[in-house]
Design a protein around this ligand. Structure first.
Ligand code: GLC
Length: 480
């Protein structure tokens, strides 16, 4: 179930972990959202139980399927609308669903007698589990050895409003003095405060969220936890994103066959109804149409660069006002601009394979995946120097040894200047090709990051064991 980058991560990381020599027993749990075709999944009911709330008993059913050789559990029941979307427009509306899911996930482990070493929770939606583990279950023998990791994929989304769901399951507001007063019921703050370790999806973003500018109000809490905070870059699925084998491409290519890549550009220009031309650089912007992604900055920077030759294609969906601005831009510049405002996976592949450069003027970027897809396909990123973008793109100043172009400021003229710099290098075919080869050679697979996650899990496990030994020692002393 993929709505954004988190879907990519949750789908790929478990497989990458299992492929490590340690072969950890990884099990994935998610709500049985509306929109899954359960017949295709071959679901099997494996547990059914009740959870006592303040006003009623909540029935839970858990279904199992096996994906890439390991169990995936789908939680369904009274708290989850079988026809509901993954995300509703507000966290207030989604709070009860994700609190129910988080608690049911914990209770399910006990029901089947499977004691996890680590609960790894992603974003505010599952942070309730981390909080409940510490707040409520920590003292129960079943859970004393279970540690927790809270991953932050996007800090400003803290589950504001979801706190109204807490009383039903008798969970108090946070008593941690490092949690600001206004966030004491926000699930992400609860998770950050309660987890054994906290991480974000790039080292750069892990550092940025300690600052006032990017801390979204939680920088004091994160600073208090900085010894337990780290950043691990996301990887990408290098099998489905492989220009050598990509079934969506008319012309597959690799490092040594960049001429075949050029054929994809001509095919793409024809598909989009833009005049076919190898000489006119084709720019692209792919992903969520969102303020975070700086769509407005891209449009303004393009207008500032109208004296240069370029054409541009936008692909993605999101904010209606920004979508309207893109359509208006396309109306004004019909010879240069195209927009496909839907989620179209195959077209995304063809754009990465055919466009020359990607525009990524993100206001902030926890990790970002498009730049990695782009580089793997020889489509060079022109990106704001932020978070995961800085961690994955090499800018050597003049092109040559780099893999893309990083723009320091957020202003429209600065981004336009970055585009000009890229388009200057584009005219120098030799340098551009060298950069494409550099970019395509980067290893963005999950392998290295999965190892870092395993290390982090092991650290958490040691913390729990030390804690258990401390408790056991204390009990012995108390008995004496
Ligand atoms: C969020 C972030 C993005 C990140 C993704 C997966 O969507 O905005 O930067 O790549 O999560 O971690």
């Amino acid at each position: 179930m993929k709505v954004g980058g988190l879907g990519d991560v949750a789908g790929s990381l478990p497989d990458a972990l299992r492929a490590l020599p340690a072969e950890p027993d990884v099990r994935l749990m998610l709500p049985l959202h509306g929109g899954f075709d359960s017949r295709d999944l071959g679901l099997r009911l494996i547990a059914s139980f009740g959870m006592l709330g303040y006003t009623r008993e909540w029935k839970v059913q858990v279904y199992e399927t096996v994906a890439s050789g390991s169990p995936v559990y789908f939680v369904s029941g009274d708290g989850i609308d079988p026809d509901g979307p993954v995300y509703r427009p507000s966290a207030a509306a989604d709070g009860p669903k994700y609190l129910f899911f988080s608690l049911a996930a914990l209770e399910f482990c006990r029901q089947i007698g499977w004691r996890p070493d680590i609960i790894h929770a992603n974003d505010w939606h599952t942070a309730f589990a981390v909080y409940a583990l510490k707040q409520r279950y920590g003292s129960e023998p079943f859970w004393t050895e279970t540690g927790s990791l809270q991953t932050i994929h996007n800090l400003p989304y803290q589950g504001q409003g979801a706190e109204s769901a807490l009383p039903e399951f008798d969970l108090p507001l946070s008593a941690d003095p490092c949690v600001p007063e206004w966030a004491r019921g926000f699930p992400l703050a609860l998770g950050i405060s309660a987890a054994d370790k906290v991480n974000t999806v790039s080292p750069g973003y892990a550092w940025e969220i300690l600052t006032h500018d990017h801390g979204a109000g939680l920088d004091p809490l994160l600073t208090a936890r900085r010894d337990d905070l780290s950043g691990i870059l996301n990887g990408i699925d290098t099998e489905s994103w492989n220009p050598t084998t990509d079934a969506y491409l008319a012309h597959r290519f690799d490092l040594s066959r960049l001429a075949d890549r050029a054929k994809n550009k001509l095919a793409l220009q024809a598909e989009l109804g833009l005049g076919a031309s190898a000489a006119v650089p084709l720019l692209a912007m792919i992903g969520r149409i969102d303020v975070q992604k700086g769509v407005d900055v891209a449009l303004a920077a393009l207008v500032l660069s109208l004296d240069l030759a370029w054409s541009v294609v936008f692909l993605g969906t999101g904010d209606p006002a920004l979508e309207a601005a893109i359509l208006e831009f396309c109306r004004q510049y019909p010879d240069r601009a195209r927009a496909i405002l839907t989620y179209d996976g195959p077209l995304a592949h063809r754009i990465y394979a055919g466009a020359d450069a990607l525009l990524i003027p993100s206001r902030y970027e926890p990790c970002g995946l498009t730049q990695m897809f782009g580089m793997r396909y020889g489509c060079l990123p022109i990106a704001r120097a932020a978070g995961g973008l800085t961690d994955t793109i090499v800018d050597d100043g003049n092109g040559g040894d780099g893999t893309g172009f990083l723009v320091p400021g957020m202003s429209e003229p600065e981004f336009s200047e970055g585009m000009r710099r890229a388009l200057r290098v584009y005219k120098d075919k030799k340098t551009w090709k060298r950069m494409q080869r550099n970019a395509m050679k980067q290893d963005f697979s999950w392998r290295a990051s999965a190892r870092l996650y395993l290390d982090l899990y092991r650290q958490i496990h040691s913390i729990r064991q030390a804690e258990r030994n401390r408790m056991a020692g204390k009990q012995t002393r108390d008995v004496r």
